[in-house]
Design a binder for this molecule. Structure first.
Ligand SMILES: Nc1ncnc2c1ncn2[C@@H]1O[C@H](COP(=O)(O)OP(=O)(O)O)[C@@H](O)[C@H]1O
Ligand SMILES: [Mg+2]
Length: 303
């Protein structure tokens, strides 16, 4: 079996920081699966009516794989999405699909969908210039969280404590890019510096961990957050699997905030890292992802 990973680096450029891809390569080798790693820029997109089962990579006509694992997540560019779409169009299963990645990378769209389906999320609004600070105070209140619409690893996320600080930041944003897309979100105080990361493969929860930070309100593992095991409750399972199902995420990392006695959904990731999770549940995540893909492909051929 042959798979491709679409990533920000090619195979020869990988180093020890590329944990997710390295682990997938290791697991594939043990299972006798050939996995190649390509960057979107290595592809040539030729769209024609002639559906050949091949694609140009580094100017060489290359036969299609059995599956694709996109690992660029919310940083997937227009070109990256176009590459995934082209590969899907030639009949290859992409885990996750281009359509899902496109929805999930837009944090506002995700919150609109979650709220529409009555799932608990922090109150969220899109920034519009000129800013109406009075409306923001009334609808969201302070402190509030400012987020880039397509961020990851806690980058571009600020905790704003006062109206004055908020107006200052918005003026800076506007001066730099009046077209920037930023959301404002109710700050869930009881989740300060901690949250849950629920990992889903094929619609099932394969792990739930608590992430916590001693230095920031952000709990991201990639920012030095710590991890601990956390018992999955029916409520957490319901929130995470429903979120994944809503947008057809075959693989998902769902971030869940602690809200007093309950929970609020923070976001979903389409190519979640799993170094923190494997620290807690052991080195099985990459294997479970590949097992799921192989099983799905085998079921599709026998159906
Ligand atoms: N509304 C919020 N209230 C409290 N904490 C939050 C809120 N939004 C985000 N956080 C914290 O910031 C972290 C990063 O936010 P998130 O939306 O998951 O962005 P990223 O895509 O960068 O991981 C979360 O894991 C959580 O710890
Ligand atoms: Mg997150």
């Amino acid at each position: 079996m042959l798979g491709w990973i679409l990533y920000s680096k090619s195979k020869s450029e990988l180093d020890e920081l590329d944990n997710g891809v390295n682990r997938l390569l290791q697991a594939a080798e043990a299972k006798g699966i050939t996995l190649e790693v390509f960057k979107p820029e290595e592809f040539e997109l030729v769209v024609s009516r002639n559906d050949k089962k091949s694609i140009f990579i580094n100017n060489k006509e290359t036969a299609m794989p059995d599956f694709l694992i996109p690992r660029i997540g919310s940083q997937t560019s227009y070109f990256g999405l176009a590459v995934i779409r082209q590969i899907e169009r030639l009949g290859v299963y992409s885990c996750n699909s281009s359509q899902t990645i496109e929805i999930v990378k837009d944090k506002l769209q995700m919150h609109q969908l979650l709220a529409h389906h009555q799932l608990p999320t922090p109150n969220t609004m899109l920034v519009k210039f000129p800013i109406d600070a009075g409306l923001v105070k009334q609808q969201i209140g302070f402190p509030l969280v400012v987020k880039n619409i397509t961020g990851t690893e806690g980058k571009g996320i600020y905790l704003i404590h006062s109206e004055e600080q908020f107006v200052d930041l918005m003026e800076l944003l506007y001066a730099n890019n009046p077209a920037s897309h930023v959301i404002l979100q109710e700050f869930i105080q009881s989740s300060y510096g901690k949250d849950l990361r629920v990992f889903i493969v094929g619609g099932k929860v394969i792990g739930c961990i608590k992430r916590y930070s001693e230095s920031s309100f952000k709990a991201n593992f990639s920012r030095g957050g710590k991890v601990a095991s956390y018992d999955l409750t029916p409520e957490i399972e319901h929130l995470a699997t429903t979120t994944a199902r809503l947008v057809n995420l075959d693989i998902a990392g769902v971030d869940i905030l602690f809200d007093n006695e309950g929970f609020k959904i923070c976001e979903a990731n389409s190519s979640p890292g799993f170094k923190g999770l494997e620290k807690v549940i052991g080195h099985t995540v990459a294997e479970q992802i590949l097992d799921y893909i192989v099983d799905r492909l085998e079921r599709a051929t026998t159906a």
